[in-house]
Design a binder for this molecule. Structure first.
Ligand code: NPG
Length: 368
């Protein structure tokens, strides 16, 4: 097969409410989409970069540049056997995993559409629905957070993740645990906001029976996480640090992570995400599917991935309306705390043309 067309597109999607993490506040998403035509079949990919390199080194303008100047030329006119070759064909390019993931996702979508096969079937999904967790941002005051958590539980979310940072941690978690009781699954995400010197402080979270603490230390501090894991009882779960199956294997071996958050963009695509899943299963390490505030396109693929057997914890897989009043695709609607895994060819969803047109801010077709 061959990529006949590759088009970059940016869409501006307002968020229903500001989303604050330890690295900043988002009020709208500027999403980079990759549209390909492969042997006459269209496919869509979503690049999960942020506008600035504050979550990982990648950022959206950088992704546009590297796709335009380096990746598209490397694929232009090239015959390849399938989407599984995209990683290989782009393998000489260092890093830029989110950009690579977006291209691979688009090609995989086109390939599977042509074959009449779904992402879920291709990746090896075993469930028809997946449980929904929700990630709750940092707020100005605890009462507002408690109201937000109450509302999410009323909607049916089965697991709460609280964003934490120094000054918004132990008291906040205590208040939420008291409000929701012992039975609701609760976890926290620090997005690298602490250092090993905070170990004693973080150990104070142990009393709240959390499922896990996610990425407390810097992304490169694998040994620090291994040390921290000996100092706190709450399981450590890595996110930012896990960029490939190789880094996952090292982190598991070193005892730095006992649970893994798998985000396909962060690791270079859905196929590498599946390899990390397989590795984790072989090592008895539970995994869950992370989220990057995706539109319905990325959400569709995430839901398919989250239906693999090793995804034994609820993911940051929420309904479209958690973030967006209007999604780019048919919205993902939660029923009984679950989303239904799409079964149609490819992603099983596609952008709604009028919505896409209205939200699009920029289009650039690349020469292939
Ligand atoms: O449900 O899509 C979602 C968001 C989940 O909290 C979430 N994502 O660090 O995991 C994270 C965080 C994030 C969001 C990171 C956006 C980067 C960008």
């Amino acid at each position: 097969m061959k990529i006949d067309e590759l088009e970059l597109r940016r869409v501006a999607m307002p968020l229903v409410s500001p989303f604050r993490t330890s690295f900043g506040t988002q009020t709208a998403k500027d999403i980079l989409l990759v549209r390909v035509v492969v042997d006459g079949e269209e496919g869509w990919g979503e690049c999960v970069t942020l506008p600035d390199p504050v979550y990982s080194p990648e950022y959206t303008d950088g992704a546009v540049d590297v796709i335009r100047r380096v990746m598209a030329p490397a694929l232009a006119g090239v015959e390849f056997a399938g989407a599984h070759m995209i990683g290989e064909l782009l393998g000489h390019i260092k890093g830029h995993r989110m950009a690579k993931a977006a291209i691979e996702m688009a090609v995989l979508d086109a390939e599977l559409r042509a074959a009449g096969r779904s992402f879920a079937r291709e990746l090896g999904a075993v469930h028809t629905t997946v449980p929904c967790g929700v990630s709750v941002g940092i707020m100005d005051e605890i009462p507002r957070l408690l109201d937000a958590v109450d509302a999410y539980l009323d909607e049916g979310y089965v697991r709460i993740k609280l964003k934490i940072e120094p000054g918004w941690d132990v008291d906040v978690v205590r208040a939420v645990r008291e409000r929701i009781g012992d039975d609701v699954q609760l976890q926290v995400d620090a997005n690298t906001a602490y250092t090993l010197r905070d170990a004693t402080h973080l150990a104070r979270l142990d009393e709240f029976d959390l499922l896990l603490i996610e990425q407390p230390l810097e992304e490169e501090d694998i040994l620090g996480h291994a040390e921290l894991a000996r100092l706190v009882r709450t399981p450590i779960c890595l996110d930012e640090s896990i960029t490939s199956a190789q880094t996952a294997a090292a982190a598991i071996r070193l005892g730095a992570t006992s649970i893994i958050n798998i985000k396909p963009g962060r690791v270079g695509g859905y196929l590498e995400a599946r390899r990390i899943h397989d590795l984790a299963v072989a090592n008895g390490v539970p995994v869950w599917c992370g989220g990057m505030v995706e539109s319905g396109l990325g959400r569709a693929a995430n839901v398919a991935l989250a239906a693999l057997p090793g995804f034994t914890l609820p993911g940051d897989v929420s309904a479209s309306d958690r973030f967006y009043k209007t999604d780019l695709t048919e919205p993902f609607v939660m029923r009984d705390g679950h989303l239904t895994v799409p079964t149609g060819p490819g992603l099983g969803v596609a952008p709604i043309p009028e919505v896409l047109d209205e939200l699009t801010t920029w289009i650039e077709p690349l020469r292939m």
